[in-house]
Design a binder for this molecule. Sequence first.
Ligand code: NDP
Ligand code: MG
Length: 392
Amino acid sequence: VPSTHIAILGSTGSIGTAALDVLSTLGDPWRATALTTHSRIDLLIEQARRFKVPRVVVTGPEPTPSHRATLKSLGCQLLLGEAGLREVAAAPEPGTVLAAIVGAAGLPPVLAAVAHGKRIALANKESLVIAGSLLMPLARSTGAEILPVDSEHSAIFQALASGKRSEVRKLILTASGGPFRSTPAETMAAATAAQALDHPTWKMGGKITIDSATLFNKAFEMLEARWLFDIHPDSIEIVIHPQSIVHSMVEFNDGSTLAQLSPPDMRLPIQYALTYPDRAPCPSPPMDWTRPHTLTFEPPDRLKFPSLDLAFHAARTDGPSGGTLSAVMNAANEVAVEAFLAGHIRFGRITPLVAAAMDHHQLAPLTHDPTLEQLLAADAAARAFVRTRLAQ
Ligand code: NDP
Ligand code: MG
């Protein structure tokens, strides 16, 4: 059921600010019950003022006395840390939690929102990559709805409405191919953060932009799709579509393929996750068919981008009840991307570091149907492994 009261976790990020734009066009009675930031407190305060938001959460550096005084004058309650995130996600208001924190840090409030039977508009794909095997059954038992914000999954979600689940043959995830699609492998390996951050079609936060350049983003999206749509990884195909107009497709058992098209703008999938099953006018522009368009599709280069096969390997190894290898892949990637963005390693080291962490993890007996504690332990061990490698 759609609710007009939304908690926006990660409101100062790329998705968070786009979501506030959506809320302002939807207008009354849509409103934000809480906003959160890690470190951009000034922007958070400006958002709280503009949208008259009663509660905010800061998870990073302590707010200064002057920040606290400003929030107090706005009548805005300040909460801190992961406990604050969980509290605003689980509170009676909101009905919908927009999960737009980046990385594994987004998991605790998503778990809290699912446990409390909320609608979760999920941008934080890492939650499902790590803990899809826990979140999906928990959502079934609490009645929580997990609706995709990721544009590919929103496209699939919309196309799935054209048939029955038993009639779905495969899901086709489209990928822009990122900034290095036609860059020779050796040049790509030496790329700097500035080059990798120059995405051809999407403006996004730093981490996901690097993930788009390694194709780990698509790798994670395959794992996200496997849990969200309860589909076998072998029935998910990845196709490079540089224009980012066809956001993904569903092939049915009669060979009919349905696609969703729109210019690359996250406000549409964000809004659809909030208003579903309804639609409403959206600030993002529709396709302009008075202009010529060329849409192209090609298979990915799996040798140049081993991230894709690493994810399929993780999915098969974890198996139908889930495991810890996907969580290791995610955690290792977070640390490697952080090191790359800080200028400590070159682009070509990211994927081998993740692969090494996964190899190392597989020296121990495999875990299936993991508990949260086992997932968090695997995550922590993978981070420590990559940090040790980086220090060598
Ligand atoms: P951004 O980096 O732009 O924003 C991330 C948000 O999370 C910010 O509000 C940030 O605060 C906050 N944050 C960062 N670290 C922490 C932490 N440790 N604890 C709590 N909060 C934290 O990312 P995006 O908006 O690009 O992406 C957010 C999520 O959405 C990711 O999971 C991404 O994969 C997914 N997504 C994004 C798309 C996009 O177009 N951007 C498309 C599809 C999915 P601060 O401002 O202080 O850094
Ligand atoms: Mg996506």
